[in-house]
Design a protein around this ligand. Structure first.
Ligand code: HEC
Ligand code: HEC
Ligand code: HEC
Ligand code: HEC
Ligand code: HEC
Ligand code: HEC
Ligand code: HEC
Length: 309
């Protein structure tokens, strides 16, 4: 019964999404929810004392309206995903246990967005170390917020932004025991210590994604989701610091990216060796300095020969 209702709901949702209605940006109705869910405090009318009262909002339940607007699901009403009963406050306690739809419930077999290969991503994810060890608690939502998600690797033109967006997903949990311990009994290993063999750690974490070293690279999937056990992580410097860098097949895979960022020196040349900057302006400056020095020396010699005479 539940499954059927869900099915019908989903179908309606999808039909809606196909029609011009989708052009409306962030539905008005959401403001009633966001009045409370985007601020640090909210007001309720207390019938016992017959007064308005201000209270603090649980910080984890405060949504960022800018990120909501930028996210792929910004045309949704809150109650498309959450129960209609949330429209009243105090919320009904039973709602806390309401099962939420996952990415695959909606996007599995989704022809419209076939290019994302949702099913393959799910397959990959199910092979990952996270799912293997914690299949009950580890879901797509642990990395992708349904409120804010935006496929950055596909849409951004800026490598640094892509790396930051992607790494923040991992760091938000691996650097925070609060999130980590929702899944594991252990404390999160200190990433700085774990990667102490890697020189210039900060630079690496800013310039390469965690998944570069921690997943298998595929030709046909834009973002690999198969996170390997730590023993199989890349430790070999040559995989990236060589003319045939692994990064060409992963981080810099998206061909458009290459076209879009002609001037980004890291990828402008197929034979570029990572870590060795190739910067045209610098080349010119160097040439100028060289020319300057040479002419200086020639002038000097000329003067001396002239004087001798
Ligand atoms: C009057 C303020 C107010 C309004 C309006 C409001 N909420 Fe809430 N909501 C809260 C507070 C406070 C909580 C924290 C839990 C509680 O006190 O029940 C909460 C909790 C939640 C939760 C988390 C449930 C849990 O405990 O796990 C969800 C989901 C939620 N609200 C969705 C909505 C949606 C969707 C709407 C609009 C249809 C909405 N809320 C409108 C105040 C509000
Ligand atoms: C595309 C589906 C979707 C839409 C639209 C959506 N939510 Fe959610 N929301 C979720 C899911 C899924 C969770 C549970 C997150 C998790 O499991 O970590 C959630 C969790 C929450 C929570 C609990 C805090 C948290 O992050 O776990 C609040 C509060 C909430 N939503 C409010 C809202 C409000 C307000 C809106 C409208 C502006 C909204 N949601 C729109 C899917 C959605
Ligand atoms: C309740 C159903 C539902 C859930 C759950 C859901 N989506 Fe969506 N998603 C949609 C619909 C419908 C659209 C189309 C929205 C539109 O066009 O305005 C969409 C759009 C998208 C797009 C944009 C595609 C494009 O190119 O414009 C991406 C990417 C996406 N979803 C990823 C996800 C991910 C990742 C999750 C899980 C974290 C997820 N979705 C969960 C229904 C859902
Ligand atoms: C361990 C974290 C993690 C988990 C779990 C995870 N993803 Fe991802 N996913 C990422 C990262 C990192 C990216 C790359 C950043 C980006 O472009 O959004 C990504 C990208 C994506 C994309 C965009 C790919 C493209 O071609 O543009 C989709 C769609 C997606 N994930 C869906 C899912 C689905 C569905 C699940 C669950 C079956 C899932 N993800 C689970 C980390 C994760
Ligand atoms: C240059 C490659 C590289 C990069 C980049 C990298 N890692 Fe690692 N990581 C490794 C290797 C290799 C190991 C195994 C270390 C060992 O066992 O000595 C490892 C180990 C780990 C472990 C296992 C910790 C433990 O001991 O249980 C975690 C978790 C981890 N990395 C997360 C991350 C995160 C999150 C990022 C991104 C911020 C990241 N890694 C970036 C190569 C990398
Ligand atoms: C919501 C929390 C969370 C997020 C997000 C997350 N992880 Fe993890 N990760 C864990 C937990 C918990 C473990 C420990 C699993 C265990 O050993 O029980 C783990 C383990 C690992 C390991 C070690 C595997 C081993 O062999 O012990 C690696 C590597 C790793 N994660 C990489 C990543 C990368 C890369 C990302 C981002 C794409 C990421 N994680 C995102 C929670 C998370
Ligand atoms: C996943 C790919 C990857 C791996 C593996 C990797 N690196 Fe790097 N490394 C990079 C990138 C990308 C940069 C940043 C290059 C830049 O922006 O100039 C970098 C920068 C560096 C720098 C700084 C260069 C500079 O211009 O300041 C050093 C030193 C370095 N790496 C050494 C190593 C060593 C040693 C190893 C093996 C233990 C290693 N790297 C493994 C990708 C990698």
């Amino acid at each position: 019964m539940l499954a059927q209702t869900r099915g019908i709901l989903l179908l309606t949702l999808f039909l809606f999404a196909q029609f011009p209605l989708r052009s409306q940006i962030t539905p008005e109705e959401n403001n009633t929810c966001l009045k409370c869910h985007s601020a640090h405090s909210y007001s309720i009318y207390n019938e016992w004392t017959e007064q308005d009262q201000k209270r603090l909002m649980n910080p984890y339940y405060i949504l960022d309206t800018m990120l909501l607007k930028a996210g792929v699901h910004h045309t949704f009403k809150c109650i498309d995903c959450h129960a209609y009963d949330y429209s009243t406050y105090p919320h009904n306690g039973d709602l806390k246990l309401e099962p939420m739809m996952t990415c695959i419930d909606c996007h599995g077999g989704d022809e419209t967005y076939a290019s994302y290969q949702f099913e393959r991503i799910e397959e990959e994810f199910q092979k990952s170390i996270h799912f293997e060890k914690h299949s009950e608690t580890f879901t797509c939502t642990k990395c992708h917020s349904q409120h804010y998600y935006k496929p950055t690797t596909r849409t951004s033109t800026n490598i640094n932004e892509i790396v930051e967006f992607s790494n923040n997903m991992c760091l938000s949990c691996h650097n925070s025991n609060i999130d980590y311990q929702l899944i594991s009994e252990e404390t999160s290993p200190k990433l700085i210590e774990v990667h102490s063999w890697l020189p210039n750690q900060n630079l690496h974490f800013q310039r390469v994604r965690c998944i570069e070293c921690h997943t298998e690279v595929h030709d046909t999937l834009l973002v690999s989701h198969h996170i390997l056990p730590k023993a199989q992580a890349t430790k070999n410097c040559i995989e990236c610091h060589s003319t045939n860098s692994k990064l060409q097949a992963s981080l810099y895979k998206y061909r458009n990216l290459v076209a879009r960022s002609e001037d980004n020196n890291i990828i402008s040349n197929e034979y570029y060796v990572i870590g060795a900057y190739r910067n045209k302006t610098l080349n010119y400056i160097l040439l100028l300095i060289l020319a300057g020095t040479l002419s200086g020396i020639i002038f000097h010699i000329a003067c001396r020969t002239f004087r001798k005479k």
